[in-house]
Design a binder for this molecule. Structure first.
Ligand code: F6R
Length: 241
């Protein structure tokens, strides 16, 4: 595990964007695993700036997102499909047909998980997986559990996650209770994993995940075993280690 200590959110975002940028330059048709949420927004903003300067070309890049809320249509403003378009895809020259996100409105949940697993397999190895971390140590929506889940699955969101994501919705009852998420093994199969963490409210999760025992109760902790894992965290997120 490599730790890059950043001064603050902006610095963390630039450091993570530098790693992703190098990946895209070295392998223009790479597969990027992408995350949503507040943590990676600055990283996407930086990548967009470099794209606008002509330094990055996403025309051959393929992407696969970690997760999507069950029940939200891709046009819903809180869906992760919408998030990715508004924060990243609409601002770069990526081919929309090269982007993949679970379908929140699929009628058959099991079939949707299988479809997404097939998509992951057809893309081959993820060259770089970008992650955030939940306050309970989740990656993707792999919530605290008794075992590490392998592939894409439907998950009931915990109260902690519902409360953390409440800020994006008008009312707490609007926060979806279920999501589709890539499994921990899918994430571990990526060649390189980069996790961004910022702010004091992530300090406990960072400590438990990367300086505590490896346990499915803190799904990010398994990244301690990944051969090419980089934690890019700011001083506040690292304040308890
Ligand atoms: C989002 C995802 C989640 C978030 C995590 C942190 O695609 O997979 O694991 O990364 O919940 O969210 P923020 O960054 O909003 O604190």
């Amino acid at each position: 595990m490599k730790i890059i200590r950043a001064k603050n959110y902006d610095h963390m975002s630039r450091q993570a964007a530098n790693i992703i940028s190098a990946q895209v330059i070295l392998k223009p048709d790479c597969v990027l695993g992408l995350a949503t949420g507040s943590s990676p927004i600055g990283t996407y903003e930086q990548l967009i700036k470099w794209y606008e300067k002509g330094d990055l070309d996403f025309s051959q890049v393929r992407t696969v997102n970690l997760d999507e809320y069950v029940g939200l249509d891709r046009e819903h403003e809180q869906s992760y499909a919408w998030f990715m378009r508004s924060h990243f895809f609409d601002h770069i020259n990526i081919d929309p047909s090269n982007t993949n996100i679970p379908c929140g409105t699929a009628l058959d949940g099991n079939a949707e998980c299988k479809r997404y697993d097939d998509t992951l397999r057809s893309l081959g190895e993820i060259d770089l997986q970008l992650l955030g971390i939940g306050p309970n140590g989740h990656i993707g929506f792999n919530e605290p559990d008794s075992c590490f889940t392998k592939g894409t699955h439907k998950v009931a969101l915990t109260e902690t996650t519902i409360r953390a994501n409440r800020r994006f919705f008008q009312r707490e009852e609007d926060v979806p209770r279920f999501a589709y998420t890539m499994g921990v093994c899918d994430i571990m199969n990526a060649s390189r994993v980069v996790l961004v963490a910022s702010g004091a409210d992530k300090a406990d999760a960072v400590k438990a995940a990367f300086f505590g025992p490896i346990t499915p109760l803190v799904s990010a902790s398994i990244l301690q075993l990944h051969p090419n894992f980089t934690l890019v965290a700011d001083e506040a997120a690292l304040s308890k280690v």
